[in-house]
Design a protein around this ligand. Structure first.
Ligand SMILES: NC(=O)c1ccc[n+]([C@@H]2O[C@H](COP(=O)([O-])OP(=O)(O)OC[C@H]3O[C@@H](n4cnc5c(N)ncnc54)[C@H](O)[C@@H]3O)[C@@H](O)[C@H]2O)c1
Length: 360
């Protein structure tokens, strides 16, 4: 049955891929995107849907109560998928204020508008309403060499970004316990795939390598992340919206732990094949000063969503990274249009305004 989804942050990396997944699902879903088009929001990510009668775009800020309320009352969503966020840890180190505003205050505005809408719903519509809040594994802090994050892991956020996301998660749960709003929180690992803004490790390294620029690796390069292909994540979110239990949390991970230096070397090896140059790309690797407070390892146990909702990541890292690098090679105009914006792939997140070229 066709539902109406309100996807906040739909012009971003995961949001754009999720919108494509929902519109292509063959169930006649309508998708309304609410996005402020910050530096990370890219209309190009949504260009393919313009003209589709089941797609509608609202240019607006989730902190703007009037815009949020108007979007809820006009479009009457069955499902809210909240992805709008300031999402880059390094930027949160340089300027935490915007993270508190969007990630905490914006989530509050959405939850409160959802509470009003849900309060007025009856029957089937009330039963199927869901507010899915998309969060991160970074709220759990840092792991040692062993162990995995799961739904019962204690919160221990350590950057302004993860602290702001943790606050929003608590608000989403509080709205369930206090008001009976059917909220669900998801905590996922690092996503990668097409359309990711090039401040993040994989696109940054790919694009720098293509231009023969240094490939900055923070610290010793041994920090570990669990990589999740963005289409697999989109599938998980759609499943959580359809079958997830209100008040529950689902951890979503790719079962693909890699050190940062492994990632960089894999991209270099792929580019040696796909875009050969006289020098091997790995010669561009440059170790740079570490991120302040850089968490050592994140890894997710996705057992609950696998057991209870039957989801599994379909895309191995080997396949996903090849598809991703090929996408960036085939979509240079997308990259070039981003390069015309304010971001120049400079080093962010040293907290002192130092700019020296960097990644994560
Ligand atoms: N990318 C990852 O690896 C990852 C991992 C875990 C969790 N997440 C979470 O998933 C969500 C999406 O991440 P992403 O990587 O696609 O982010 P992104 O930075 O690519 O996109 C964020 C989107 O939110 C929009 N936005 C920002 N502030 C807004 C505001 N005040 N009002 C309306 N729109 C606003 C931006 O314009 C952009 O389109 C975020 O909530 C993030 O915390 C991402």
């Amino acid at each position: 049955m066709g539902l109406t989804f309100l996807v906040t942050g739909g012009a971003g990396f995961i949001g754009g891929n999720l919108v494509r997944h929902l519109l292509a699902a063959g169930e006649g879903h309508r998708v309304v995107v609410l996005d402020a088009l910050t530096y990370a929001g890219n209309p190009d990510n949504l260009a393919a849907f313009v003209g589709n009668p089941r797609y509608h775009f609202v240019h607006g800020d989730i902190c703007d109560r009037a815009v949020v309320r108007e979007s809820f009352s006009r479009h009457q969503p069955d499902v809210v998928l909240n992805l709008a966020a300031e999402s880059h840890v390094d930027r949160s180190i340089d300027g935490p204020g915007e993270f508190i505003r969007t990630n905490v205050v914006g989530t509050f505005e959405l939850l409160d508008a959802a509470r009003t809408l849900h309060g007025a719903l009856e029957g089937e519509r009330r039963k199927r309403f869901r507010f899915v809040h998309v969060s991160t594994d970074e709220v759990f802090g840092s792991l040692g060499a062993e162990g995995l994050f799961s739904e019962s892991t204690r919160y221990d956020p350590r950057s302004p970004y993860s602290a702001s996301k943790a606050s929003a998660d608590h608000l989403a749960r509080a709205y369930h316990h206090t008001y009976g709003l059917p909220t669900i929180v998801t905590n996922c690992s690092n996503n990668y795939g097409p359309h990711q803004f090039p401040e993040k490790l994989i696109p940054l390294v790919t694009l720098n390598a293509l231009e023969g620029k240094p490939l900055p690796v923070y610290g010793d390069g041994k920090n570990v992340r669990d990589w999740l292909y963005v289409d697999d994540h989109a599938e998980a979110l759609a499943l959580v919206a359809a079958r997830g239990v209100p008040g529950e949390t689902y951890c979503i991970g790719g079962n693909e732990e890699r050190t940062n230096i492994d990632i960089v070397e894999t991209i270099c090896a792929l580019l040696d094949e796909l875009a050969p140059t006289p020098k091997r790309h790995r010669e561009l690797v440059t170790f740079v000063k570490d991120r302040p407070g850089h968490d050592r390892r994140y890894a997710i146990d996705p057992g609950k969503i696998e057991r209870e909702l039957g989801w599994r990541p379909r895309t191995s890292f080997a396949v996903g990274i090849q598809k991703t690098v090929e996408w960036y090679l085939a979509n240079r105009p997308w990259c070039e249009r981003i390069a015309q914006g304010t971001y120049r792939r400079e080093r962010l997140g040293l907290a002192a305004g130092v700019r020296a070229g960097g990644a994560s």
